[in-house]
Design a protein around this ligand. Structure first.
Ligand code: HEM
Length: 397
């Protein structure tokens, strides 16, 4: 169930870009060594930043470290992101502020209240089915279902279309990851989804509702059709796989650290801190990327304009300078200044929604399940960006 840890002394031979390295190894000791001895490390094509304080310094300063060329190594090393300047997460400055102002009300209590209610019910049903059947793959059966439903509700997909859209999005997302081009069925699903949202956006232009698409198409926003679609797509890719991995990794942690599960079962007051600890522990976005917009210094290293910088959140979230016993999964951890949702101007817009999804899972698990057991091999996603489990066979009782 646990992955081998590479010898950190052999760090020069490790290729941090290799997606399979992240799937097959637990890099915890490598990150610890980098934080201690080489916290801003030069690789052939990019820098690795591994300390909490240095990650914060970079994400707080978009004038020096821009998102405009992309925010992950995969696109940054290609030299450009197709959504650059148009999709919120890869915009900067005034354009970013406009998109952020436009989207923020879509994530407010008026929208999230009903969504939280509906995902709590969905989680209850999905868990009940798994308990009835004695178990199954938690990723496909529960963790993959809830975030997709939440996004459909956020975007205002009508109930009649939801099943089809859920299926298509699931197929389209299978093509994500960084091990190769999406297969043909994933590409077809992606085109169908885009076509679907194009039609939905056209409907909302003439008959707006309370949903995020209506905000994006509003006349005041002045967004082109392509910008509307790119930002819908940002919500789908930003909120689907990440939340799925937090839920699945959270369940794996609870199954592994039995005492912490018992602590949580005994005390409903721990749901909030357990949610934050799951977010820290799982860190579904392993890094965020930036490009230096001008020459600068970081922890004594000279970063030249144009250099690509990878901020390894997965390491910052285990930084012993910030977290007491960072290698311990502690459902009561407080304070918990994890950087799982990033920080600064691009702080995750879906953070409250993701918290609601994990909170609903914990609440329903406490109410309906007494024992969680891993029953087969756990596999990890091959990706240097998306961090977490691809399959989690479990039994629930
Ligand atoms: C556990 C789940 C999630 C994780 C780990 C996560 C992680 C992140 C991170 C690290 C960023 C900052 C990226 C950067 O600085 O370059 C971000 C931004 C963003 N996230 Fe999330 N996210 C999660 C859930 C969601 C959900 C559920 C949604 C919406 C449905 C969402 C939508 C967004 C958007 C729109 C941004 C861009 C914000 C901006 O650029 O101003 N995320 N997320």
């Amino acid at each position: 169930m646990t992955r081998p840890q590479p010898d950190p002394a052999g760090i020069d031979d490790l290729d941090l870009l290799d997606p399979h390295l992240h799937a097959t190894h637990d890099l915890t000791p490598v990150w610890a060594r980098l934080r201690a001895h080489d916290p801003v490390r030069r690789h052939d094509r990019f820098w690795s930043v591994t300390r909490h304080a240095d990650v914060l310094r970079v994400v707080r300063d978009p004038d020096t470290f821009t998102s405009l060329q992309g925010n992950m190594l995969r696109t940054l090393l290609r030299g450009h992101d197709p959504g650059s300047g148009r999709m919120i997460v890869v915009t900067d400055g005034p354009r970013h502020a406009v998109l952020r102002r436009l989207l923020t009300p879509g994530f407010g209590p008026r929208t999230l209240g009903p969504i939280t209610h509906s995902i709590t019910e969905a989680t209850r049903d999905l868990l009940a089915a798994l308990v009835r059947e004695g178990g199954g793959d938690f990723v496909t059966r529960v963790a993959a279902q809830v975030p997709l439903r939440a996004i459909c509700e956020l975007l205002g997909v009508p109930a009649k279309d939801r099943q089809r859209v859920l299926e298509l999005t699931g197929q389209a997302m299978l093509g994500e990851g960084d091990t190769g081009p999406a297969d043909m069925s994933a590409r077809i699903a992606q085109s169908e989804i885009l076509l679907y949202y194009t039609r939905l956006a056209a409907e909302r232009r003439s008959a707006p509702g309370d949903d995020v698409i209506s905000l994006l198409v509003s006349a005041d926003a002045g967004l082109t059709e392509e910008e509307v679609l790119l930002n819908c797509y940002n919500l789908i890719i930003g909120g689907d796989e990440t939340a799925r991995l937090a839920m699945a990794g959270g369940l794996l942690a609870l199954a592994t650290y039995e005492k912490e599960w018992e602590r949580l079962r005994a005390d409903p007051g721990l749901v909030g801190t357990a949610t934050e600890e799951i977010l820290r522990w799982t860190t579904p976005a392993a890094h965020v990327g930036r490009v230096a917009a001008r020459d600068t210094e970081l922890a004594g290293r000279h970063i030249a304009a144009g250099d690509v910088v990878a901020l390894w959140t997965v390491s910052a979230n285990r930084d012993e300078a910030v977290f007491d016993e960072p290698g311990r999964f502690d459902v009561g951890r407080r304070p918990n200044r994890h950087l799982t949702f990033g920080y600064g101007p691009h702080f995750c817009l879906g953070a409250q929604l993701a918290r609601a999804e994990i909170g609903a899972l914990l609440t329903e698990l406490r109410a309906t399940v007494s024992a969680v057991e891993v029953t087969g091999p756990v596999t990890w996603l091959p990706s240097n960006f998306i961090n977490g489990v691809a399959a989690l066979p479990i039994s629930l009782a």
